[in-house]
Design a protein around this ligand. Structure first.
Ligand SMILES: [Zn+2]
Length: 193
């Protein structure tokens, strides 16, 4: 859940097309916002003059027969050279498809959350993302009995928080969509205690 879906998509593109330059990847990334999905196997990519395009629109499609992606730029005078390779219009479409899938996966993802107040004098840790706020930190008694307000987001239903090597909390987390969990984290830090 910590991995950025766009970075993940770029890494997969790099792994698939080893030997492609940094600028090739960058051009594909720049085109990401220009991709429009017509069908699962047909896309439109707006041309960009600054990237060397001479048409306002390119069509990118998947040929079942050939088992590969094609672009209208492969069928121009200069395209023959490109056809053996892969153009950044196609690369942008591949990136778009992966990014979209990653985003959908993230949005459908369910996680577990728990909120609690614990007392601890050692390092706090949890089996998930742990968010901590000291309670009454300005109070002198805080140093004698340090208490914390916690929020944990976990992939495990059973949420366990440790203080040093001791379990200070073990609860059933509440199942929520990841987006809701993110919202709870924002809210968690908004209120001062
Ligand atoms: Zn192309």
């Amino acid at each position: 859940m910590r991995k950025d879906p766009l970075r993940e998509a770029v890494e997969r593109l790099k792994a698939e097309f080893r030997g492609k330059s940094h600028s090739w990847i960058k051009r594909a990334l720049l085109r990401l916002g220009d991709v429009r999905e017509v069908r699962d196997d047909l896309y439109l990519v707006e041309g960009r003059r600054e990237l060397g395009d001479w048409k306002p629109l390119y069509q990118v499609w998947f040929s079942q027969g050939e088992g590969r992606w094609y672009c209208t730029c492969y069928f121009s005078t200069f395209g023959i050279r490109r056809r053996r390779d892969i153009c950044t219009h196609v690369a942008a479409v591949l990136l778009y498809r992966r990014y979209k899938k990653a985003l959908e996966k993230l949005q459908n993802r369910r996680v577990y959350v728990a909120e609690a107040v614990v007392e601890c004098r050692q390092r706090l840790s949890a089996n998930g993302e742990l968010y901590v706020k000291p309670l009454g930190a300005r109070d002198l008694t805080f140093f004698a009995n340090p208490r914390y307000h916690l929020l944990v987001i976990s992939e495990a239903r059973r949420i366990v928080v440790k203080c040093g090597s001791y379990d200070v909390l073990e609860v059933e987390g509440e199942e929520v969509p990841l987006a809701t969990a993110r919202f709870l984290v924002e809210r968690f830090y908004e209120g001062e205690e």
